[in-house]
Design a protein around this ligand. Structure first.
Ligand code: KG4
Ligand code: ZN
Length: 341
């Protein structure tokens, strides 16, 4: 029997809806919100309002592109959290309304599990390699940096996490200091390609937890390097932008890989995946592949369109929850923090 899932994602600043059938992608529509760019970061109030405007056309388009009507949907999977509360409320309320109106079961999805399960979205026209269980996933986004041990699609354990900033935040905050536009990660990635990663050295953290991360020290070290240099030469940032970006990116990648290698050695797990917005970073992608060749890993890099927020991954996570009989009640409410989920 065919299982068709409608996925809805609204946790941050992308409104997205997707349809999958037996895990194969039929449509994945994303409305990104340009409104935040001029403020240098996501403004929650504006994000909620844009979700409210986008959600109906986005879901409607996803169904049309999939070539189905709503009565063919077996379950509605939605992001319950973590994320911005006002943004999540729009997706959750819409999913509930649709569920009541059409008598379709609801399935809640943890956004971070969604990112990890983006490796199990099947494409209609090509084979996508899937990691075997158990595998380790380095989840790197704007809000989270974690090493997750994945034993099954619905059984995961966070074995390492950041104690302060996320990797994406480190990219974005350092970009801001250099006067680069938001989000800074992709801009640094682009500029780094022209620079020498060995030019500058920044502080690397010593964190207690075996697989835990810290990025706030690096941010401070970056800031001080710039502040001191600009005193001598006001054009320092402009003249050294590419080298600064390349050196910063290399430091972040080194920090990320160091703990991942430790986790792989300790667990003996050699199927290694990356997910989340920062998994689009070319330095990280090359770094993981190079490390994989050295250590006999099988590495799994998501397709670019599945690195940032999308509903295809939410629908996929929802598929597994639905198959496990884990339905949500109409009383479900969104949750902003992972700890409360
Ligand atoms: O997963 P995501 O889309 O949203 C969250 O759930 O946070 O991740 C967004 C983050 C931002 O910090 C952005 O700068 C970063 O991903 N990012 C990148 C790249 N593309 C996006 N960071 C470094 N290099 C990239 N190519
Ligand atoms: Zn995300």
């Amino acid at each position: 029997m065919d299982i068709t899932i409608l996925g809805i994602e609204s946790s941050c600043d992308d409104t997205s809806a997707a349809v999958i059938r037996n895990r194969t992608l039929l449509s994945n529509v994303i409305a990104s919100q340009a409104v935040h760019q001029k403020y240098g970061g996501v403004i929650p109030e504006l994000a909620s309002r844009a979700h409210q405007q986008n959600i109906i056309p986005v879901v409607d388009t996803a169904l049309k592109e999939a070539g189905i009507t709503i009565d063919k949907v077996d379950a509605i999977a939605f992001t319950r959290g973590p994320g911005l509360l006002g943004s999540l409320l729009v997706g959750v309320s819409f999913a509930k309304g649709l569920s009541i109106a059409r008598n379709i079961p609801l399935v809640e999805v943890n956004h971070l599990e969604g990112h990890i399960l983006s490796h199990f979205v099947d494409m209609p026209d090509r084979e996508i390699p899937h990691p075997d269980f158990p595998f380790l996933c380095l989840l790197v986004s704007g809000g989270h940096t974690q090493i997750v041990r994945v034993d099954a699609p619905t059984k995961m354990e966070i074995i390492g996490t950041t104690i302060d900033d996320a990797a994406g935040e480190a990219f974005d905050k350092c970009a801001k200091v250099m006067g680069l536009p938001y989000p800074g990660g992709p801009v640094i990635d682009r500029l780094a390609k022209e620079g020498n990663p060995e030019t500058f050295k920044f502080a690397k953290p010593h964190v207690e937890g075996a697989y835990d991360y810290s990025f706030s020290g690096l941010k401070t070290s970056f800031l001080y390097t710039l502040r001191d240099a600009v005193k001598e030469n006001p054009n320092f940032v402009e003249e050294n932008k590419a080298d600064l970006c390349a050196s910063l990116q290399k430091t972040i990648v080194d920090i990320l890989l160091d703990k991942l290698v430790k986790a792989s050695k300790a667990t003996g797990i050699k199927d290694i995946a990356i997910a989340g917005g920062v998994s689009a970073n070319s330095g990280l992608r090359n770094g993981i592949e190079a490390m994989g060749r050295r250590r006999g890993w099988r590495t799994f890099l998501p397709e670019f369109k599945f690195t940032t927020d999308n509903a295809a991954m939410i629908a996929t996570a929802g598929h597994y929850r639905y198959m496990a009989g884990e339905l949500s009640s109409l009383e479900v409410s969104p949750v902003a923090r992972l700890q409360d989920l």
